[in-house]
Structures are given as structure tokens and as C-alpha cells.
Design a protein around this ligand. Structure first.
Ligand SMILES: Nc1ncnc2c1ncn2[C@@H]1O[C@H](COP(=O)(O)OP(=O)(O)OP(=O)(O)O)[C@@H](O)[C@H]1O
Length: 588
């Protein structure tokens, strides 16, 4: 998958297939009952409103010439009543459809979010997160309107059109044919503009996506921006992205704007033709009442045509958004359970890498022939230069990525044969920048095990030496954190993450030790916390502190994706190789 930057248009990899629209039915289906009800309401209201020109004709041709006041009063009352009923029915339909549209939005967002959570790291690695965000929030909104109101409108407009044509034919066949003579011109315009219109809206979706990506990246990196005083440069980039958005939006709307005046002009042309023909034929087959009634219908005839054109327009416009949503939903899970995958039974913590090779991108091998066996309860320290492949080794163990060659076995079972969720339940991961979510400290600790009681959360915090600083906050465990633990120091964030992992009680623990220096008091707390965390578990630590490395049962020195030295601290020092050099260089 190609990598994408905020200002690079994220081309759709899978070309738009019109049949994809049929898949939209999945989201409409649960609301068929309400959609049908809305359709019926629309149809009834259209049928009622269509009677008024007919009634007008009766008034002009019969009631007025014959001075039949009783008939006039009845016709007027019928006209008034029909307007009232139509208004009430339409208000009901609006109420139903607003609810249906919102429910559809919820369902699409739910499906998209479920999919997002199942996607491999590589998906998130390969694009700015803002570009994902816009699909879930904005594109879904546009889609839902099309799915709910659009479709109801489509059905009711088609029906209205058929009924109107029926009324028109009943009044005068020749005038009906005259009125419809301009329709082929409209179809030609719509079809000839379709490609341009779709392309224009696709460009609009690219630029909007780029803008959102930059905005989200800027918000995440605001501290860095301010500390490097980059505000003006960033302002320039943002302005440029906004301007690009503006340009493509104007272009897309201009194309739409070519279409609507054409419909207007054509409808006026159609009406003019009918008047000319009607006046010409007046007296022969056409009465004044017929002409007035017909005029009432031809204006109504063009309204659904305009709406149908509108629907077509939304389809073309939203097509660009639908493509993006489906592209996400069709994204290859890559890391998914194999058919017949089984649950990992409770494990002891035996881990084996059997000649494992791996690369993130084809042709760029990262791990080469990684081969080791770890018995339950051992602590492994993984060390080596930056970019050597340490994190990659542990990423494969949690199956965030699949090994390319070789096997990884837990308690003798190939992890490819296992359900991913069941692996992750027993393999706890604590990354260097362990993310804390917005919410209280208690909620963040409970993230490790959702059914844990307050007492269990606090016990975990005590065990990893986090209780002391948490209790010092006036709100204690109820202190509210902003996303990523805003308001806490690095060391405090780490201790809370320790408590969270301890609570989940994994058999195998993967820990990327933080590099940031902390004060000696916190350092001591972290050491004690870590000691508690490692007890009785198989642990892989990407270690940065000499104390952690020294205490490990085995140390792997990784270089260029290979384990080039292995043994305990003293054995590796005696080797006087990479490790000894690192210790004398880094920890001297
Ligand atoms: N998602 C990714 N896509 C492509 N390449 C990646 C990805 N993650 C890491 N790499 C590359 O893989 C190599 C190994 O990365 P890894 O993160 O495993 O190194 P590391 O030893 O943990 O480094 P550090 O000590 O700096 O964290 C690096 O060259 C890195 O550029």
C-alpha cells in the first residue's frame, strides 16, 4: 500500500463500480418499513395535490360559465382541504425520514468503526489519520441523506411523474407529446456532464481530505509547532490547502450550476411550446379550461424532473464519497483469523521464533532468520541500535503483523492457527508511548480489564508504585485526563500504563521501556513497578535502562534485523562484542 502524506491526493485504488451502489441497500433494509410508509405518504400527498389543476379546470369550464355557486364552493373547499392534508402528510414524512437518516448514519459509522478496529497497523501507518477521520464523519453524513430522503424522493417523484403524465394524457394527448419533446435534450445534457461532474467532486473529496489530514496532524503536533515557532509556516500551508479546497469546490459547484439552469430553460421552453401549440389548437380540440389545467400540470411535471435530476446529481456527487467509504470497508484485513482459527487456551508462556523473516515493504527485509526459544517466566531484554528491528520482533509476537517466513509458536502452537483476539488477551503490550485516553485515571487503569472493581484497579496501582502520586491529586483516581494523559509527567503516565497492564494480567508481557529520563524518585518507583509487573510472566523488554538489562535472564542484541549476540549480561560482556561496546559507550 502506497504511503500517503497530508498534501498528496489519496487516489482511489479500487475504481468505482456502479453496482457498488446496490450494496447501499444493506443499510436501508432495516428501515424498509419506515421507508415504505414514507413512500405511501408521499404518494398519497402527491396524488391529492395533483387533483387541484383538475378541479381548477372544472371551475373554469363548468362552474363559472354556468354560475354554479354550489359547485364553486365545493371545489374551493376541496382545494383548501387538499392543501391542508398535503402539508400534514409531508410534515409526518419529514419527521420519519429525519429519524431514519440519523439511524442510517449511526449504522454506517458503526460498520466503518468496526472495520477500522480490525485493520492492521500497516493501514494506519500508510496514511494521515485525518484522511480516515473525514470518511467516518463527513462522507457518512452525505451518504445518509442520499440513502434516506433521496431514495424516498426518487420513488415518490417517479410516481408523481407517472400520475402527472396520466392526467396530462387524459386532458390532451397532443399537448402531452409537445411538453415531452424537450426531454431528450435534458438527458443528453445530464449524460454528457456526468464524467466531468464526477471527476470534479472526486477532486473536491481529495482536497477536503488533505485539509482534514493537515488539521488533525497540526492539532496533534501543536506543542512542537509552538516550540519551534512554526506557526507562520503552518498558517501558509493551511491557507494553501484551504485555497485548493475552495478552487475545486467552486469548480464542482460551477459544473452543477451549468445543469440546473439548463433544466429551467428547458422547462420554460417546454411550457412555451405547449402554450403556442395550445393557442394554435384553441377552439378545435382545446378549451380554455383545458389549457389552464394543462399549464398547472406542466409546471408540476417539471418539478419531479428537477428533483430526479437533483437525485442524479447527488448520486454523482456522493459517488466520490461512497467510493471512499467502500474502499475502507473493502480494505484487506491482512491480519485476520484464518478459517478454523482456534482460541488460545490458557498458556504457560513458552515462546518460540522459528527462523522468522519479515519486511514491512516488499524488497526491504527487516528481520532475517530470527530464531530463539524462551521458557515460561523468563525475562528477555532486547537491545540494539535504533532501527535494528527490536520493536518489529515484538510486533510479530502480538500478531500486529504476520511473519513472512518461519513460524512463531506460543506454548507450541503456531500463532497463525490462533484467533488474534485470544492471543492478545494473554499477550500484554506496553508501548513506549502508551496512550492514555481522555477520562479519569481510574477509567484508564480499568482499560486493562473492564470488569475490574475500583479496589482491584487501586491494588494494581499500588503494586506498580502509582498509588502515591495518584492519591496526591485532590481528585485522586477521579482526576480527569485529556487524551494521551495531558496533565501528567512521562513517569506518571508510565506508572499508570504499568497498572493498566498489570490489571490485564497477561501471561506474556511485551514492554517497550521509555527512554525519557525521570527523576530518581520516579525512577525508583518505575523499577519497583516493573519488578512487580514482571513477576511470574514471560517478558520481552525493549530495554533502555542498564538495571533492567542486567536483571534480564537473557539479552538479545539485535543489529540489522538479526540477533547477533545472545546471553546474560556477564556472558555478553565477556564476548566483548556489540553489547560490551554498547554498555561501555551508552552506560559508561
Ligand atoms: N510501519 C513501518 N513501515 C515500514 N517500515 C517500518 C515500519 N516500522 C518500522 N519500520 C522500519 O523497520 C526497521 C526496524 O524498525 P523497528 O521499529 O523494529 O526498530 P527498533 O529497533 O525498535 O528501533 P528503535 O530503537 O528506534 O525503536 C526500521 O528501519 C524502520 O524504519
Amino acid at each position: 500500500m502506497a504511503r500517503n502524506k497530508f498534501d498528496a491526493d489519496e487516489e482511489i485504488e479500487q475504481k468505482f463500480n456502479p453496482h457498488i451502489v446496490m450494496r447501499l441497500a444493506k443499510w436501508i433494509k432495516p428501515y424498509t418499513k419506515w421507508m415504505v410508509l414514507s413512500c405511501v405518504i408521499m404518494l398519497v400527498s402527491s396524488a391529492i395535490s395533483l387533483t387541484s389543476p383538475y378541479l381548477t379546470r372544472m371551475a373554469i369550464d363548468k362552474a363559472i360559465p354556468n354560475a354554479d355557486y354550489r359547485m364553486l364552493v365545493i371545489i374551493s373547499a376541496a382545494l383548501l382541504l387538499s392543501t391542508l392534508v398535503v402539508r400534514i402528510l409531508l410534515a409526518q414524512k419529514l419527521r420519519i425520514m429525519t429519524r431514519v437518516a440519523q439511524k442510517i448514519i449511526v449504522n454506517i459509522r458503526r460498520d466503518v468503526f468496526i472495520k477500522l478496529q480490525s485493520l492492521p497497523f500497516s493501514y494506519f501507518d500508510s496514511r494521515p489519520h485525518g484522511k480516515i477521520l473525514i470518511r467516518v464523519v463527513n462522507y457518512v453524513n452525505s451518504l445518509s441523506d442520499l440513502l434516506s430522503n433521496g431514495i424516498i424522493q426518487l420513488i415518490s417523484d417517479l410516481f408523481t411523474l407517472i400520475v402527472i403524465i396520466g392526467f396530462m394524457i387524459a386532458i390532451d394527448v397532443k399537448l402531452t407529446l409537445v411538453c415531452m419533446a424537450v426531454l431528450p435534450i435534458l438527458f443528453i445534457i445530464l449524460i454528457s456532464m456526468k464524467k466531468k461532474q464526477h471527476e470534479a467532486w472526486k477532486q473536491e473529496s481529495y482536497k477536503r481530505s488533505n485539509l482534514t489530514a493537515y488539521l488533525s496532524e497540526s492539532l496533534n503536533g501543536m506543542k512542537v509547532t509552538q516550540s519551534f515557532a512554526r506557526e507562520e509556516v503552518n498558517q501558509g500551508i493551511f491557507n494553501e490547502l484551504c485555497n485548493k479546497c475552495k478552487t475545486v469546490w467552486i469548480r464542482a459547484v460551477n459544473i452543477n450550476n451549468i445543469i440546473w439552469p439548463s433544466v429551467d430553460i428547458l422547462s420554460t421552453l417546454g411550457v412555451t411550446l405547449v402554450y403556442l401549440a395550445g393557442i394554435n389548437w384553441l377552439g378545435e380540440t382545446v378549451t380554455i379550461g383545458t389549457l389552464v389545467a394543462f399549464a398547472g400540470y406542466i409546471w408540476r411535471f417539471w418539478q419531479p424532473i428537477q428533483n430526479l435530476g437533483n437525485f442524479y446529481n447527488s448520486m454523482v456527487t456522493t459517488g466520490a464519497y461512497i467510493e471512499r467509504i467502500f474502499e475502507l470497508l473493502d480494505e484487506d484485513d491482512a491480519i485476520s483469523d484464518k478459517p478454523g482459527a482456534r482460541e488460545l487456551p490458557p498458556i504457560r508462556g513458552h515462546v518460540q521464533f522459528d527462523h522468522v523473516d519479515f519486511s514491512y515493504e516488499p524488497g526491504n527485509p527487516i528481520l532475517k532468520d530470527v530464531d530463539f526459544t524462551i521458557t515460561p517466566g523468563m525475562t528477555v531484554a532486547i537491545v540494539g541500535p535504533t532501527g535494528a528491528g527490536k520493536t518489529t520482533i515484538v510486533n510479530l509476537l502480538s500478531r500486529f503483523y504476520n511473519a513472512e517466513k518461519g513460524k512463531i509458536l506460543i506454548d507450541g502452537i503456531d500463532i497463525q492457527e490462533l484467533m488474534i483476539k485470544s492471543i492478545r488477551k494473554q499477550v500484554g503490550v506496553m508501548l513506549q508511548d502508551s496512550f492514555l485516553f481522555s477520562g479519569t485515571i481510574m477509567e484508564n487503569i480499568r482499560y486493562g480489564r473492564l470488569d475490574a472493581t475500583d479496589e482491584e484497579c487501586m491494588a494494581a496501582a499500588k503494586a506498580v508504585q502509582a498509588h502515591e502520586f495518584i492519591s496526591a491529586f485532590p481528585e485522586g483516581y477521579n482526576k480527569v485526563l485529556t487524551a494521551n494523559g495531558g496533565g501528567l509527567s512521562q513517569g506518571q503516565k508510565q506508572l499508570i500504563s504499568f497498572a493498566r497492564v498489570l490489571l490485564s494480567d497477561p501471561r506474556i508481557l511485551i514492554l517497550d521501556e521509555a527512554t525519557s529520563s525521570v527523576d530518581t524518585h520516579t525512577e525508583k518507583a518505575l523499577q519497583q513497578g516493573l519488578g512487580e509487573l514482571l513477576k511470574g510472566r514471560t517478558s520481552f523488554i525493549i530495554a533502555h535502562r542498564l538495571s533492567t538489562i542486567r536483571n534480564a535472564d537473557v539479552i538479545f542484541f539485535v543489529d540489522h534485523g538479526e540477533i547477533v549476540e545472545r546471553g546474560n549480561h556477564n556472558e555478553l560482556l565477556a564476548l566483548n562484542g556489540h553489547y560490551a561496546k554498547m554498555v561501555s559507550g551508552v552506560f559508561a
